[in-house]
Design a protein around this ligand. Structure first.
Ligand code: UN1
Length: 487
């Protein structure tokens, strides 16, 4: 079946009506598979007003009850896992396993958020004054705008939305203009959950569709208390200051340039598997994709030869086919980007229309030029090192700081890699790859990756405001710092 035919079936199964001026093309064959209506800037500002009205109600709903809505969304996602994953495959070009994994990530964050809805803890702090109590509470923040990228067309919305909802915040989603259909499908599922929930305020979960202008309308709208944006560093550089100018908050999840150190003691069988998934998986289009391999010189020749062999054997092709590990690049621009970094990149012929490339290995002796940038394609640069400290320096010597990993069986090296003087990234792994993080941890990175943290741990705090309360239950009015003041 052609992607277009399959998409038609899936969309009707998922309750989405296709139609509108924003067309979606499948990277599998480059053909249009459906369309949605692009939002105008008036519609965006109306969406913000509706969301603000919803906020005034939703913030008063007890958090565990808010969690109930997320539980229902999780149920819808569980039930629709197969068709939604399939639509991810058609629209983003992910292989079937990765499409399923992406929807599973949504289910997981919903489960997590349901539990979290009973754990939005604040502190109780010792007051220096007699008969005073000091506490800290976390209150809903306001409307959250979520801008997501094509490569995780649905999971990143879930990371944000599941937490935002339990934290008491309405969400307006601006998905990538390259993946509007999967977003429409998620909204249809969310709609069903809202109906079952019953009394959620109108405008709690909304989606605006379109390109840059639609995103900018969200960025500049003063109703958006938190703007969570995932994408390139260039996008973050544009978004961050604009949100800050109106004293909004932003949560930025930008480019990565992730490295793995392979030490002489590494279990090479494990390392090879990790490298294959992290470097070639999702056709190199994850923000956590492994882009730099820093290998000890004593094992480099053998490892590189083995990787070349593996990369040559990887099945590149239609992501729907069994056995395919590398699907298409998202579009022509992605292919051009790869050619700029690696002019030898050849297209692999797979039917007609899609842009397919074989993952490449490029040996370099210095981190100069293109290796310093994030190219959203499967190119793995290989560097050699001699001393352990040099490997850490190479790991850290880029402007991005998302993910990193080390393969070693030397406990001292492993521990040093995760210390303050080790990897400077938000994610530092030992004996696993750079990609494929679990939702339970905080996800994000330092430096030009933007500093934001999403998903697990205490990332929920970004979606709430902190209120410090000092309460006097005594009959006197002692001032802090021992100040005497009075007539
Ligand atoms: C992204 O590429 O924007 O850690 C997110 C991972 C996934 C998320 C990637 N869980 O690779």
């Amino acid at each position: 079946m052609s992607p277009a035919e399959e998409a038609r079936d899936l969309l009707s199964q998922l309750g989405v009506e296709s139609g509108g001026n924003l067309e979606s093309r499948s990277p599998i064959d480059g053909q249009v598979i459906g369309s949605v209506a692009e939002s105008t800037s008036t519609e965006v500002s109306k969406a913000c007003e509706r969301a603000q009205a919803a906020f005034l109600k939703w913030r008063n709903v007890p958090a565990p009850r808010r969690g109930e809505l997320v539980r229902l969304i999780g149920e819808e996602l569980r039930a629709a896992k197969e068709p939604l994953a399939r639509l991810v495959t058609l629209e983003a070009g992910k292989i079937v396993q990765e499409g399923l994994g992406e929807v599973q990530e949504m289910v997981d964050i919903c489960d997590y958020a349901v539990g979290l809805s009973r754990q939005l803890y604040g502190l109780s702090i010792a007051s220096e004054r007699p008969n005073h109590r000091m506490i800290e509470q976390w209150h809903p923040l306001g409307v959250v705008g979520v801008i997501t990228a094509f490569n995780f067309p649905v999971a990143v919305w879930a990371w944000n939305a599941a937490l935002a909802i339990v934290c008491g915040d309405p969400v307006i989603w601006k998905p990538s203009e390259k993946t509007p259909l999967t977003a429409a499908a998620v909204m249809a599922l969310a709609e069903r959950a809202l109906e079952k929930f019953g009394d959620a305020p109108d405008g709690l979960l909304q989606c605006v569709q379109g390109g840059r202008e639609v995103g900018e309308a969200l960025v500049d709208n003063h109703r958006i208390a938190l703007l969570s944006a995932t994408g390139s560093t260039a996008m973050g550089r544009a978004v961050g200051p604009r949100v800050a100018e109106r004293f909004g908050r932003s949560l930025l999840e930008l480019g990565g340039n992730n490295a793995m150190i392979v030490a002489p003691s590494a279990d090479l069988k494990l390392a090879e598997r990790a490298i294959l998934f992290s470097a070639a998986g999702t056709a190199g289009q994850r923000c956590t994709t492994l882009r730099r391999l820093i290998v000890h010189e004593s094992i480099a020749d053998g490892l590189v030869a083995r990787l070349r062999e593996l990369f040559a054997r990887v099945k590149v092709g239609d992501p729907r086919e069994k056995g395919t590990l590398v699907g298409p690049l998202i579009d022509e621009a992605a292919y051009e980007g790869m050619r700029r970094a690696f002019p030898e990149a050849e297209q692999v012929e797979v039917g007609e229309g899609g842009l397919y490339v074989r993952p490449a290995i490029v040996e370099i002796d210095r981190q100069q030029g293109m290796v310093r940038q994030e190219t959203f394609a499967p190119i793995l640069y290989v560097l050699r090192y001699r001393e352990f400290e040099e490997a850490i320096e190479l790991n850290n010597d880029v402007v991005q700081g998302l993910s990193s990993s080390i393969f070693t069986n030397d406990m001292k090296e492993a521990e040093r890699f995760v210390t303050a003087a080790g990897s400077d990234c938000g994610i530092a792994n030992v004996n696993i790859g750079t990609s494929g993080a679990e939702i339970g941890g905080a996800f994000g990175g330092e430096k030009e990756t933007g500093g934001g943290r999403e998903s697990g741990s205490d990332s929920w705090r970004a979606y709430m405001r902190r209120s410090t309360n000092t309460i006097n239950y005594g009959d006197d009015l002692p001032l802090a710092q021992g100040i005497e003041f009075g007539v």
